[in-house]
Ligand binder design. Sequence first.
Ligand code: FES
Ligand code: FE2
Length: 448
Amino acid sequence: MKHWLKNPYEGYLRKHDMREDSEITQIGPGTPGGEYLRRTWQPLALTEELKDLPLLVKIMGEELVLFRTTKGVIGLVEKHCSHRGASLEFGVASDVGIRCCYHGWHFAPDGTILETPNSPKNTNHKKFCHGAYPTKEFKGIIFTYMGPPDQLPDFPLLDTYQDYHNENSELVPYSLYYPCNWLQIAENTQDPVHSCFLHTSISGAQFDESWGVLPVIDWVKTPLGMMNVNVRRWNDNIWLRTTETILPNYNQAGAFWEQPNDEKAFQRVATTRFFRPIDDTHTCVMGWRYFNDVVDPDGKGDASAVGKDKMDAIGQIEDRDRESQQREPGDFEAIVSQGPVAIHERETWVETDRGVGMMRKLVKEGVQAVRDGKPFTSLPPDIPGVVSTYTQDSIVKRPPIDGLDDRKLIREYGKQYAQIILESAHINPAERRDYLQAQLDSLYIDSL
Ligand code: FES
Ligand SMILES: [Fe+2]
């Protein structure tokens, strides 16, 4: 039952015992939400963070030690030594594993106990292993899979990781710290109307003036999760932008500084990111920024400003003093100020919050499916080895038509084009853009 205050000056009557929706916000070991996230590969650390010393990391409520053997093999093991619990953060990497600082027990990257030198004749250690998780290093980020060993999924290769039209595209990895629950950060990506306010009218144009045009928004399911279809009128052009959620906690977004002046089709992403929980109230936003002439023709991005705790856009991390945060808030300020865990019961939804509702429903369905023993079903590769994704920007010249409600008209363009994008998933990524350009060229709507 919604708790409303009905009259002015009724702050005193506010309920103060509203609680989080723990089924989808809590991610510790053994929780339903934690089990759900443990069915997919999750980013752990940047390659640049792992040097010769072991690295203590916290992921989904578990403290682990990441290390690299002197031969270059990465290991991710439980923090506390199987002998008597000293932290392997103080261990020493060897050519085949890591050696505990306390009594020298020696562990392989997969958790095999290689030696117990304080009791050389003891062979008991051959009967058990130290806890370990598989890892995968990919384009400057080290990933892990922390779910049931017999359900190890393929590492998902998204179609955006390779730019099929631009050899000079560069993926720059980053890692940003957010002191709040992962879900509210993910929800920001299915709430595109905030770009009109937070990123334009409230804080000044943080991206481009065109972001201030109130879009027509629809949300649709994709084979990977969902996407918003965000459509704006810009003079004679219609700007068709889609932004996707790849369940459980991945997201891709298009160009940061898009200016909808030139016609184009299926321009791909400016970032792929993962809202990877540290624990219930802290999150690492990790991923890549894409640098190329297509998503950033004016060179507004700055690859040197992207990395560990840095991002080349304002308000994406806590890197400013309080006054600056208050005068020009960005995503970081808006999202973190919702609280350590946003309380859903406290919210008052309007039409544009439908995407947030849809995301929560999808996450909840996924959590419950995993809890009920069903396999995790996101990330099907449409083409062998490659996962087709749906984030893009397209711009088409279609002037308003006399006698037709223009917002209804551009909504219809969005609806039809989104369907075409969805149906193009089976097309080889090297040919998909040309296919969609041809489809868009022939898309004319003159009646509703
Ligand atoms: S506590 Fe690690 S070897 Fe003894
Ligand atoms: Fe934003």
